[in-house]
Design a protein around this ligand. Sequence first.
Ligand code: NAP
Ligand code: HSE
Length: 433
Amino acid sequence: MNQALAAPVRIGLAGLGTVGSGLVAVLQQNADWITGRLGRAVTVKTVLVRDLTKPRAVTLGPGVSLTADAEALVSDPDIDIVVELMGGIDAAFALIHKALSAGKHVVTANKALLAKRGPELFALAAAKGLGLYYEASCAGAVPIVETLKSSLAGNRIKSIIGILNGTANYILSSMSEKGLPFADALKKAQELGYAEADPTLDIQGYDAAHKLIVLIRLAYGRNLPLEKLPVEGITAVTPEDIRFAREFGYAIKLIGQVRDLDGRLAAGVWPMLVHEDFLLASVKGAFNAVRVEGNASGPIMLHGKGAGDLPTASAVLADILALARQGMIPNNTGFLTEPLPEAELVDPDDFISPHYIHFTVKDQAGVMAAISKSMGEHGVSISQAVQKGVPEDGYVSIVFLTHEAQNRAITGVLTDTDAMAFIKPGTVHFRVL
Ligand code: NAP
Ligand code: HSE
């Protein structure tokens, strides 16, 4: 049955880099399909960039204007939705603030902005009754935002454990499987469009931290200031530790996790040893995976492409379609309260897990005994230990896997052993999932 099509949804697109170009490509490729589903076309009216002369990965259709003036998006009454795919904080905040103030819905993939200044923007969107949607901000194509906001909305969320950064996972996989050096793997991830404009955010764990803060807000209705979250990146992970971990039956992964401990949240981002029997250990390359456990649903695992042009564009498009279909007050955070209260965190030193500790020690009598004595004094029980390799410069590696211990006890051991003359400074320590 033919029906008259409603007026098109008109997009003001800010950013024509990896994700912006991906969005234009999918809109062009799937135009008829989208129109068929929505009953109206989705068209890009204006595109905002910094450099008007730069060659682009996509050709904009006739009638689409390219501009370097943000006002052209926010003050155009013909634009229904502003899609922010620029990244960064200040310019993106200003654009979204102006767009919401001007009565436009907003879609963004900018997790850094939502982690740092989300509360201000969600308050403004709520006051205006507008949508501020962000499916692409967490885990690329994986629909984790909608899953937490809607599909699992009736559950108390017991935990979220995720591989949330494609670049870090790509680097760790490339080091582990292809023996690529860290720097080469990072360069390749940048070439493939996975990394942030500032890739230190990926390798130092902050991009995963931004996403975890967004997920915590969705799961618990709590804001968590970034500076309160313990964050460690993957820069200390070496091929040697990847090999040792594998010998014990583990992969090293950058994990973001939160657990609900009677209303207080135990949360952090760290490189962790993940046992090869866990699904998360087999998540490779730029793929992401999120394991969510609801008190009614039980555990759910979502897995998919966590970065890149088309996978991320898929999530951006989902938000555009959701807003275009929206007949009610938009559902931005999944909670009615505005502003949301701050999350109450468990002291990271109270966290309990097994631990991996790699000492580089002088190959001499008494070393193992001294380390074991310190572990005993701090109540840390050893599960496995290996000594490896011929002495290099008189030093060898001794690696321990411990049984569950509080982080505080491990810090005590490391403080003791750092002061031992026969141990090289810079002992490697990772938590085990
Ligand atoms: P990108 O390739 O660096 O592209 C950024 C685009 O924004 C460029 O076209 C740039 O213009 C434009 N831009 C930046 N600052 C601007 C400003 N102040 N005014 C006007 N235009 C500006 O970035 P991306 O990888 O597409 O990422 C975009 C956003 O998506 C970020 O928030 C990122 O965290 C997020 N994200 C990315 C991925 C991914 O896989 N890449 C996945 C999920 C989420 P010029 O081209 O003229 O320089
Ligand atoms: N730089 C991010 C990553 C992009 O590598 O996961 C997707 O958010």
